[in-house]
Ligand binder design. Structure first.
Ligand code: ADP
Ligand code: MG
Length: 230
């Protein structure tokens, strides 16, 4: 599903070079749920943004469904991303002037899906993330955990093959964090969507099938199926 090959990345701003990732290699199979764990500044967000095609690496290749997204033109990549990739942000990134349902449906508006088909799909997903009653409210009327549920539903509406989440519980208290992680684990089981979850919390990573750990831009460990140890 996902193959990261010899990825290195250096930020260049002005004359300043900041090497951030060094020769990163790993693979994720279709339907797997993995954590990318590391402390602040270790390069997690950079790695995630590269895999989601939001940035180009200095070196290396990233294959999603056997296509090298590094080599793709911007136009082709934009189409590929809309079709195959979902993204969940730490700060939800909902549009304040749209209702919950309109936020969830937004990716389909760009695909010219009819209003009735959009509504049917968005309501089903809001049910799946446990907030069917919030469809006609606005983001500001919801708690942080509820807003993240909306953002999860939005990431799923295009039925992407892979979803990237950057610290999806970073703004939430421990109890809400558990609820959100449980939702993601259930969705992974039921929908077979591949998930890559960035986190700096061991506790969150323990719920994933595999854990890749980054330290100062190097991949230091790969831990197989922590859930089987419990
Ligand atoms: P994490 O998500 O693990 O906290 P990041 O990937 O955000 O780490 O950042 C890794 C390193 O790259 C940090 O030292 C950060 O300062 C640096 N960095 C991130 N983005 C940029 C940028 N646009 N320009 C220069 N340096 C950056
Ligand atoms: Mg980060």
């Amino acid at each position: 599903m996902l193959r990261v090959e010899k990825i290195s990345h250096t930020f260049k701003s002005g004359g300043e070079l900041t090497p951030v990732l060094h020769d990163i290699n790993f693979q994720v199979k279709q339907g797997e749920m993995v954590a990318l764990l590391g402390s602040s500044g270790s390069g997690k967000s950079t790695m995630l943004n590269l895999m989601a095609g939001l940035m180009k690496p200095t070196e290396g290749h990233i294959y999603i469904a056997d296509q090298d997204i590094v080599k793709m033109s911007e136009n082709k990549l934009a189409v590929f991303r809309r079709k195959n990739i979902g993204f969940i942000f730490q700060a939800y990134e909902l549009i304040a002037s749209l209702t919950v349902r309109e936020n969830v449906e937004l990716p389909l508006v760009f695909q010219s899906v009819s209003a009735s088909a959009r509504k049917k799909q968005s309501l089903a997903l809001l049910e799946a993330v446990g907030i069917p009653d919030k469809a006609e409210q606005f983001p500001s009327q919801l708690s942080g955990g509820q807003q993240q549920r909306v953002s999860i539903a939005r990431s799923l509406i295009t039925e992407p093959s892979i979803i990237f989440a950057d610290e999806p519980t970073g703004n939430l208290d421990t109890k809400t964090e558990d609820e959100i992680i449980n939702i993601l684990v259930d969705l992974n089981k039921n929908m077979k969507t591949t998930f890559i979850i960035v986190t700096h919390e061991h506790e969150v990573a323990q719920h994933m099938q595999r854990i890749f750990t980054l330290r100062d831009g190097y991949m230091v460990t790969e831990k197989e199926d922590p859930r089987s140890e419990n």
